[in-house]
Design a protein around this ligand. Structure first.
Ligand code: GAR
Length: 207
């Protein structure tokens, strides 16, 4: 069993997609052992509770500085000692230390086709606003392993999604979630849980 921790900040629709996929058997060999949120108001915590999964709040607001927040985050991760950490709409930077200590064990979902519309300042709705402002015709989502960089690390999977002329950021966000994110993320977890992925020189191979 792949003991998996999911980190969230908001609505948690990606978390829900993972939980549904585990329940339906689309994702196998996987146990969601905890959900960690940086945001007390995150609906994702309610989703965790409804599914009988321990939800934990670790907010930077409860610590005097980043250093002590990061120390608490690392302590919690070491206690949980997961096989996989999924950043499913986790909008806070994780401690650098975590990327070395859990190297190859952290994945992230990003709502664009990396390397477009990613990096500092590109998160959540802001990504879709930037996509519409630039006028690109195709966007999408990316699942990747997390390294010390921002939205960097070996790419596991990507899926393209069309941009329509009268899209608002909210409409586009929803289409990217439905057509790409909620499919890619559970699939990536299932691939990892069933040892289908290998990473060599920064490239992910499946099979
Ligand atoms: C998702 O669109 C996810 O790709 C994005 O935040 C949203 C969270 O939605 N993540 C990032 O922008 C990370 N850079 P959710 O809480 O409903 O899953």
């Amino acid at each position: 069993m792949l003991r998996t921790v999911v980190c969230v900040s908001g609505g948690g629709t990606n978390l829900q997609a993972i939980l549904d996929a585990v329940k339906s058997g689309q994702v196998t060999n996987t146990e969601i052992i905890a959900v960690i949120s940086n945001n007390a108001g995150a609906y994702a915590l309610t989703r965790a509770e409804e599914n009988g999964i321990p939800g934990m709040l670790l907010s930077p607001k409860d610590y005097p500085d980043r250093e002590s927040y990061h120390a608490a985050f690392m302590k919690k991760m070491r206690e949980l000692s997961p096989d996989l950490i999924v950043l499913a709409g986790f909008l806070v930077r994780i401690p650098k230390e975590m990327t070395t200590e859990f190297e190859g064990k952290i994945i992230n979902i990003h709502p664009s086709l990396i390397p477009s519309f990613c990096g500092v300042g590109y998160y959540g709705l802001k990504v879709h606003e930037a996509v519409l402002a630039r006028g690109v015709k195709i966007t999408g989502a990316t699942v990747h392993f997390v390294d010390a960089g921002m939205d960097e690390g070996p790419i596991i999977a990507q899926k393209a999604v069309r941009v329509e002329e009268d899209d608002t950021p909210e409409i586009l966000q929803r289409r990217v979630m439905e057509e790409a994110e909620w499919i890619l993320l559970p699939q990536a977890i299932d691939d990892i849980a069933n040892n289908r992925l290998t990473v060599q020189n920064g490239y992910v191979r499946k099979g």
